[in-house]
Write a protein that binds this ligand. Sequence first.
Ligand code: ZN
Length: 275
Amino acid sequence: MSRASDIDKLCIHSITTKPWSLRNSVQKFQEAGVKGISVWQDAAEAIGIAEAGQLLASSELDVVSYVRGGFFAHTSETERLKAIDHNKQLIDEAATLGAPLLVLVCGGDPEQQLSVSRDQIQSGIEALIPHAQAQGVKLGIEPLHPMYADTRSAIVNMAQANTMAEAIRDEIVGVVIDVYHLWWDDQLEAEIKRCGKHENIFAFHTCDWLVPTTDMLNDRGLMGAGCIPTKQIRQWVEDAGFNGYIEVEIFSTAYWALDQDEFLKQIIEAYKTYA
Ligand code: ZN
């Protein structure tokens, strides 16, 4: 059973076509038949959140998520409180943009143990729940690859994300599954099942891991260009009950240097064949 050609499920993250303005991305995605968009903060801020909200509302695209909140872990309490305030503002921005989900890159502080950072992350998310509920914006914990455990995310696998979401136990808090960060984990299938059982799969991000990878941040590949079993992971996620967008999220200096019209064609082709 192949669902790979179902273009109605294709969402593209605005960071993927970073050289384009948000306005340009919206127009080009629509013309190409893409149905969903996730919005990177810088792209929205470049034209102002209110105007970005109007642009998206008047488009035919579904806004899938706003990226990114988080960074809750700090040795300093002042910084932790600041992070919570900042995330409240991001929740407000997500609401203005019509985004139902704020993706959380949860943070880490190399001056303290990862377990301490994780406790602070949980407290930070819990502190946001009333505000998120009032605005109708969900919060998605995105576990990142362990190579980012120093400063970007003390949550590095699905088990940790599941455990936290289950401990928080609020329908507004769930998990964002990104193949780039999680493909290496031998517990992935089981943890995706677990996540689905608790109805905690809030979003699904896809791309590929290039071999060799030359940059820890900006060298992701198109689906099919690397070693991630992208279709297999999508299947697990959909078998676990997720029926939302398949979101292409690619940070890549190399692709950003291409003609973006050409790149968009490649994205759609890779989606149809490998996602
Ligand atoms: Zn992601």
